[in-house]
Ligand binder design. Structure first.
Ligand code: ADP
Ligand code: ZN
Ligand code: ZN
Length: 723
């Protein structure tokens, strides 16, 4: 017998199927991982097919050495998914397969954790000498049941234990410990579903993709839980994806509360061991629901009955580093393979998904009102230019300050949102205009007040505080504009007796930090929580009656066709945090461009109005979903080398203009907006083409680039981020 094998290595030359002989005495099946000789080395590989004949000359074939595990780590469905993803996203087979396994399994680093216990050997008469006091005590303790070996050794020392064991009085047992991640459960409060929710659940039955468009607070989570409950009742399994698990602790605790041990978590916040154990619980069928961020879509569950993607519009569903893929495509593949529904839920669906629903490709289900019957909070737009004209050049408008006073006086809570961490707190020289940049990455450094340093957010490199301009030696250097820290200091000045909490990348770098901040906020009144995108999602705080958006424009001015869409999504999400309970909520939105259409639609919670306007603009300007953008990114330490590669590919691709003419809307080669990251130079070819010929063009371009280059070329379709 022969096996077709994919070698677990990243090299492009190895990205194909190799044939090996299966030794007689080795029982192997498809999907198993094996050790094989390759050249002079021994490498790991995946069996993707077993067959009677070989295509290659048999005398030149080598034999498989041994298996790595006793089971097929890659199931049949995943092998087909591998083919699909490799083709769709132009990925190497091995790099796709790696996505399916916890990394610790591949690297063989994590061993299962074991705990050892001692217990009495039954039916043995114990005779101890009077002097063996410690041994007698141990026997007494063990008479009450088994005890941890480590604990006993700490108290009584190893020698006593050893003596007892040698006499045959006690024995050691080993138990495997499952490192199930800890979650605070809120207990299960079941609610009576409203008619909207019932209708939605009734409709979500078929082997289709559903777009569940429900305003914030419309009770989507409750729908997800009911759908999954029904799925389990049918004896099937489910996958539920959330954008970033540490940001959605509430969903997690709700699910654990209702489904208990049937839930397995897969996300980056877990330790390597925890991830591995959760993966195994899914693989063995012990756990039936996989919940997690993007990578949980690869959960090793068979017999799927439901796949749910919450907040489907989130950029985090598209992986930005290699291998690049869109989680929604993978989810569709798995849903079709298992003939089950796929639910994409959002209060602000991506323009792309909503259009697919309009075109009839997805089935649209709408939840227009909040589950508790509350109105959406009114949004007041404050023109910051006007504020400046009236002499207020501060961070907060007079309106926002007045509303904050109201919150404080009533012992309620507020959230203040800014668009990015430490945004634009760069160092600038007022005399010559010098801006401090990272020497490796060519981006502005961000000033961090806590440790008085400048940091590069792309590579993490740190620089000393500069008191003088390195260029003209002037002392007139200016640090920073507005960041979370500055807002916090300003608030402390305004409200010295009020608890001000801060949540951003800097305050949440340690494990459980999110949860701790949120827990503290939950019990403190009055309190103000200042934060970045992290506070925009899923939190359900009853006493938040005010949401302030300090810099609503920030996300508008990125050179990205999705900038307006992102701004709409953010405002809607953040606004949804206010007035979720009995008290009237309110949103104050500060902007320097109050007449931009995005603010008009967002302040009226008019998703459809916004969609219409946005989709028209995209159509006129020929941007996705009315065209396809392809970015080919070249990175290398050697700038000349990248430029040569770029030039070569570009010359080839330009020839396509003759073939495709008008179908190619745009084609150019350039430096990337960020010219260096981690010392690698970055150049790119940008293309935009009409949809009719998009697949053909994309495939041709890929073939050209693939044959002209060796490594470090990234293909991105409709990239999320153009840095
Ligand atoms: P979404 O995810 O759509 O923003 P949630 O699922 O978080 O909304 O629900 C918002 C709030 O409404 C939650 O506190 C939830 O417990 C509550 N809720 C959900 N369904 C109902 C219902 N049928 N009746 C009353 N309250 C509900
Ligand atoms: Zn200067
Ligand atoms: Zn850097």
């Amino acid at each position: 017998m022969f096996a077709e094998i994919i070698i677990d290595q990243d090299a492009k030359a190895l990205d194909r199927v190799f044939e090996y002989i299966i030794p007689q005495d080795l029982a192997l099946s498809v999907g198993m991982r094996v050790y094989i000789p390759f050249g002079k080395r021994i490498v790991q590989g995946y069996i993707i097919k077993i067959k009677d004949d070989c295509d290659y000359e048999i005398s030149k074939l080598k034999s498989i050495i041994s298996k790595i595990e006793d089971f097929s780590a890659i199931k049949t469905e995943m092998l087909q998914l591998m083919e699909f993803m490799a083709q769709k996203n132009h990925l190497k087979l091995a790099s796709v397969l790696r996505l399916f396994l916890p990394s610790e399994m591949r690297e063989g680093k994590v061993k299962e954790l074991f705990k050892t216990y001692y217990s009495l050997v039954e039916g043995v008469q114990i005779n101890l000498s009077k002097s063996a006091k410690k041994q007698a005590e141990i026997v007494d303790i063990l008479a009450g049941g088994k005890r941890s070996a480590v604990e006993l050794a700490e108290i009584y020392g190893y020698s006593s234990l050893k003596a007892l064991r040698e006499k045959g009085y006690i024995k050691k047992e080993v138990e495997e410990i499952k490192r199930t991640p800890f979650i605070i459960c809120q207990g299960d409060k079941k609610v009576e579903l409203n008619q909207c929710q019932k209708n939605a659940i009734e409709r979500i039955k078929e082997d289709k993709t559903y777009l569940l468009h429900g305003v914030t607070g419309s009770g989507k989570t409750e729908i997800y839980m009911n759908l999954i409950e029904n799925t389990l009742e049918k004896g099937k399994n489910a996958i539920m994806l959330v954008p970033e698990i540490s940001l959605t602790p509430q969903i997690m605790s709700n699910f654990k509360g209702r489904f208990g041990e049937a839930v397995a978590l897969l996300h980056s916040g877990l330790s390597a061991g925890e991830r591995f154990d959760e993966w195994k619980r899914l693989f063995s069928g012990e756990a039936k629901i996989a919940i997690g961020a993007r990578s949980a879509i690869f959960a090793p569950l068979e017999n799927l009955g439901m796949i749910i993607i919450d907040e489907e519009h989130e950029a985090s569903y598209i992986s930005e580093s290699n291998p690049r893929y869109d989680t929604r495509d993978v989810a569709q593949f798995r849903a079709r393979y298992n003939s089950c529904p796929l639910v994409l839920g959002s209060a602000t669906p991506s323009i792309e998904s909503y259009k697919r629903a309009e075109d009839g490709e997805f089935e649209l289900i709408e939840l227009p009102v909040r589950a508790n019957g509350r109105e959406m909070p009114p949004v007041q737009i404050v023109d910051m230019m006007e504020e400046l004209r009236r002499g207020n050049g501060g961070i907060f408008s007079n309106q926002l300050i007045a509303d904050l006073c109201n919150v404080v006086n009533n012992k309620k809570q507020a959230m203040i949102f800014i668009n990015r961490r430490g945004f634009s707190s760069f160092m600038k020289c007022k005399e010559c205009g010098y801006i401090a940049k990272c020497s490796d990455c060519d981006v502005s450094l961000v000033y961090h007040k806590e440790d008085n340093r400048l940091k590069c957010h792309y590579c993490g490199k740190q620089y000393k505080y500069l008191a003088r301009c390195p260029s003209c030696h002037s002392e007139h250097v200016k640090y920073g504009a507005v960041g979370t820290q500055q807002i916090v200091s300003k608030l402390k000045e305004l409200f010295p007796d009020v608890k001000i909490l801060r949540m951003d990348n800097d305050t949440t770098s340690t494990k459980n930090a999110h949860q701790n901040i949120l827990n503290e906020f939950k019990v403190t009144k009055p309190a103000i929580l200042v934060g970045t995108q992290m506070i925009a999602k899923g939190h359900d705080f009853e006493d938040v009656i005010l949401v302030g958006i300090v810099d609503a424009d920030q996300s508008l001015y990125q050179s990205d066709y999705r900038a307006t869409e992102r701004t709409f999504q953010l405002i809607t999400q953040v606004a949804g945090r206010a007035g979720r309970s009995v008290d009237e909520g309110k949103v104050v939105l500060q902007t320097y461009s109050p007449r931009h259409y995005v603010f008009k639609f967002a302040s009226n919670y008019d998703y459809k109005g916004f969609y219409r306007k946005e989709v028209n603009i995209r159509q006129t300007a020929q941007f996705p979903p009315y065209s396809r953008i392809l970015r080919i990114l070249f990175c290398d330490f050697d700038e000349n080398h990248v430029r040569e590669q770029l030039k070569m590919c570009y010359t080839d691709i330009e020839k396509l203009r003759k073939v495709y003419g008008d179908d190619i809307i745009y084609l150019d080669a350039m430096k990337s907006p960020i010219k260096r990251i981690q010392d690698k130079f970055r150049y790119q070819i940008m293309m935009r083409f009409k949809l009719a010929k998009a697949d053909n063009i994309e495939n041709e371009v890929f073939r050209m680039v693939d044959s002209a280059t060796k490594n470090s070329v990234f293909f991105e379709v409709n990239p999320q981020n153009l840095s």
